[in-house]
Write a protein that binds this ligand. Structure first.
Ligand SMILES: *Cc1c(COP(=O)(O)O)cnc(C)c1O
Length: 394
């Protein structure tokens, strides 16, 4: 490496450290979805996205094991070449049914789904996007070469409507929002966004990544909760969160699916998901359809955690049933220090700092799962009470 490059890399790292923004991997392994082993110690996991415990469900594991035995560890090629295992198509039908859409396309991950989808749709279009939308949405818009990206105030459907109205009538417009926001734990006003999209002549894209298996009486997502299943034009879902596996899907019309098969660069130029991963995702979706009680149990755990923290005086963002529980600390270093104290107390939580969250709003992100027992949740709440100072009295 030249001196120019090594001094540039060193300078970047020093600047990140000075701002409390350097990130480091934490080696962690879970055997049950409710705890993780970190440096030889068992910690309660309050930092995962496995909201339903499906990654360790016996039926899901069996399905993955059988596919592994039958098909090996790899798809061997991209889907368009030789990697289009039949499981893709079974999974696509289940996912389309789950979110009330005509069909779906399975893609390598949620990040790749949004990146590729927006790259296709947003080219020369006007995109109206919630200001807190996930990085994969932001990046997809960036690489698409849109006519314009207009960001509206978080979860404000009137602001979205105004941005749509400001677009030229000849523009193709796209309205895109997460459903359950991943670091605020709150829900987009989906019914109002559906109206805004129809009124403004926009294509509505809803990213249900954190809402599948979580929002709605049977876990079919934020659109189910808003009584608008099938009302969006495109629904993105991931298998990496509540569905306990890996990969993602884009649910849409047959015509858009056909266009994506040809144009979705993140699908074309990437190896297809391994059959065992597809089998796990398929088993997880089926389990969710058969066992809506899992969603109920998750909501009970979330309400228990939120109730305990509110009783202790913490001010919480997000919906009362949301398993994502943010505790805004503000300062980057103070957030890291609180996360470290919690780890010493036996609980692993996320420490979210910019650019994941806006500057000055660094936070702990707690999450619960249906895999947690009520005792686990009580221990998490007690550890927070001991380790996280209340900078925001009620
Ligand atoms: C996690 C997440 C993604 C990415 O999904 P992966 O399958 O983990 O790549 C996309 N969108 C949102 C809103 C997410 O929270």
């Amino acid at each position: 490496m030249t001196d120019l490059w090594s001094s540039w890399i060193g300078g970047e790292l020093r600047a990140l450290d000075a701002a409390g923004l350097a990130r480091r991997h934490l080696v962690a392994a879970s055997t049950d979805g409710r705890t993780v082993r970190v440096s030889g110690r068992e910690l309660l996991l309050a930092a995962g996205n496995g909201y339903l415990g499906l990654a360790h469900d016996p039926d899901v594991r069996d399905a993955a094991r059988e596919a592994l035995a039958a098909c090996g560890t790899s798809a061997l090629a991209s889907r368009l070449v030789a990697g289009d295992h039949p499981l893709h198509h079974h999974l696509e039908q289940e996912c389309a049914d789950l979110v009330g859409m005509p069909c779906a396309l399975v893609v390598g991950s949620g990040y790749l789904a949004n990146l590729g989808l927006l790259q296709v749709l947003a080219r020369d279009a006007t995109v109206v996007s919630d200001q807190l939308n996930h990085a994969s949405i932001v990046d997809g818009c960036r690489i698409a070469g849109p006519r314009a990206v207009r960001r509206y105030r978080h979860a404000d459907a009137d602001a979205a409507t105004a941005e749509l109205a400001a677009a030229a009538p000849s523009d193709r417009t796209l309205l895109v929002s997460e459903s359950l926001f991943s670091v605020d734990g709150d829900l987009a006003p989906l019914a109002a966004l559906c109206r805004a999209a129809v009124g403004g002549g926009a294509l509505l894209v809803v990213d249900e990544a954190h809402a599948l298996g979580v929002a709605g009486p049977t876990g079919r997502g934020g659109l189910e909760l808003a009584n608008r299943l099938g009302a969006a034009d495109v629904v993105v879902g991931t298998f990496g969160k509540a569905l306990g596996s890996y990969g993602a899907f884009v649910a849409c019309s047959p015509e858009l699916r056909a266009l994506l098969v040809t144009r979705l660069r993140t699908g074309i130029y990437s190896t297809a998901l391994p059959p065992a991963v597809l089998a796990a995702a398929l088993a997880a979706v089926r389990k969710l359809r058969r066992t809506p009680e899992l969603v109920q149990r998750l909501h009970e755990r979330a309400e228990q955690l939120r109730g305990a923290l509110q009783a202790a005086g913490y001010r919480l963002l997000g919906e009362s049933w949301s398993p994502v529980v943010p505790l805004v600390v503000g300062d980057n270093e103070a957030t890291l220090a609180a996360a470290l104290r919690l780890r010493e107390a036996g609980v692993l939580v996320g420490a979210m700092r910019p650019p994941t969250v806006p500057p000055g709003t660094a936070r702990l992100r707690l999450s619960v799962s249906a895999a947690h027992s009520p005792e686990d949740v009580a221990r998490i709440a007690e550890a927070v009470r001991r380790c996280v100072p209340q900078e925001h009295p009620r």
